[in-house]
Design a protein around this ligand. Structure first.
Ligand SMILES: *[C@@H]1O[C@H](CO)[C@@H](O)[C@H](O)[C@H]1NC(C)=O
Ligand SMILES: *[C@@H]1O[C@H](CO)[C@@H](O)[C@H](O)[C@H]1NC(C)=O
Ligand SMILES: *[C@@H]1O[C@H](CO)[C@@H](O)[C@H](O)[C@H]1NC(C)=O
Ligand SMILES: CC(=O)N[C@H]1CO[C@H](CO)[C@@H](O)[C@@H]1O
Length: 330
């Protein structure tokens, strides 16, 4: 008889551990807008008329206040390079500004004084095509588009605006609840009494917390044609473990809940690369390396928004009290 030696290969699976370092904090602004151009160029925006910009990967920051708009809350920003960016003010009046000189001067490129106006978020595909979504006015979501890099904006005609249910709106918590596809299609998520994934012709009720003003989907990230992750919950209950995240691998036909869910209300979700995703909220940051099935609570530092660089894989985060962080791959 032969002795058979079984050689066991022990495969040690390294979880890709991540951590977050806080780069700066203390500035009197709640930051909810963040746009990362590349490893070096990062822009953020927030309350008290604030825009922050770094061109050295977050080592140093220039803080600026948009003159004449010192009290305005800039809930979203889209940056294209170290000189060019667009910022969005939610309402009364709703305003969109553009700078091409690194924030020295800002030009108003869109203004709407309609009383109930409340802009939530913008998204761009490439440097020219962009969209902005706003809360419903007379039961229709406000949508405007740009085809020239934000220099001019055209409102979607009322009859073509998606209809809203009663008590349904959008959250302006991280500027990430709308996505524009290469083909110009839009997808956005809503919250409140109703929480849905909406495009221009269809909608799906999301299996995410809803039914109160503070509940619903806050953010949408799209990996490819089929894989979407939605983050949300209840911002009044930041530690709630209830229905804060839902994942689809079938473009919304079916949804699944993570086996290990993110650890609280999450205002933002972002796809990094391959099966790697990040989420953040008031009680910290979660990371998934298995396409959203399990989430690790990698930091208890609260952030409103997390964004990956348009070029490269750098991930930055921004939040209350001028806090800006960077995710480190360990
Ligand atoms: C993150 O990990 C690096 C490398 O291990 C370490 O030097 C750093 O102190 C960690 N930062 C935090 C905030 O844990
Ligand atoms: C805005 O600035 C004022 C005055 O400096 C400060 O009291 C307030 O806390 C700031 N707001 C935020 C959200 O930081
Ligand atoms: C502002 O928004 C309202 C509501 O969508 C729309 O009716 C109006 O045409 C918009 N434009 C201006 C300049 O008021
Ligand atoms: C933090 C969190 O969401 N936890 C919950 C998220 O939702 C799922 C599904 O409802 C719960 O199982 C988690 O406990």
């Amino acid at each position: 008889m032969k002795n058979i030696v079984f050689i066991m290969l022990i495969v040690i699976l390294y979880g890709h551990a991540q951590n977050i370092s806080v780069l700066t904090s203390g500035f009197k602004s709640s930051l909810r807008g963040l746009s990362v151009v590349d490893e070096k160029t990062i822009w953020a925006s927030g309350s008290n008329g604030t825009v922050a910009r770094s061109v050295d990967g977050g080592i140093s920051w220039k803080w600026l206040t948009v003159k004449g708009f010192e009290k305005t809350d800039f809930r979203d920003i889209e940056a294209f390079d170290s000189a060019t960016a667009i910022i969005m003010a939610i309402g009364e009046p709703a305003l969109i500004f553009k700078t091409t000189d690194a924030g020295v001067t800002w030009k108003i490129v869109y203004e709407n004084k309609t009383k109930a106006m409340f802009l939530d978020a913008m998204d761009f595909y490439g440097k020219k095509n962009g969209v902005v979504v706003g809360d419903p006015i007379q039961h229709r979501f406000f949508i405007a588009r740009t085809y020239d890099g934000g220099d001019t904006w055209t409102e979607t005609a009322t009859q073509n605006q998606p209809a809203a249910d009663s008590g349904e709106a959008c959250f302006a918590s991280s500027g990430t609840n709308i996505k524009l596809s290469a083909k110009g299609k839009i997808y956005f998520v809503s919250g409140g009494l109703r929480s849905r994934l909406i495009d221009e012709s269809t909608s799906i009720i999301l299996p995410i917390l809803q039914g109160r003003e503070s509940t619903g989907a806050n953010s949408l990230a799209i990996k490819n044609r089929k894989t979407f992750i939605v983050a949300g919950g209840d911002f009044n209950v930041p530690d709630s473990l209830l229905k804060n995240c839902t994942v689809t691998y079938t473009k919304g036909k079916t949804w699944s809940q993570p086996a290990i869910a993110p650890h609280g209300y999450r205002s933002c979700v972002e796809h990094i690369n391959r099966n790697n995703w990040v989420m953040c909220g008031l009680n910290g940051v979660d990371y998934s390396d298995d396409n959203g099935k399990t989430w690790q609570w990698i930091s208890k530092e609260g952030f409103h928004v997390c964004r990956k660089a348009k070029k490269g894989n750098a991930v930055f985060l921004a939040g209350a009290g001028g806090r800006i962080g960077k995710m480190n791959l360990l």
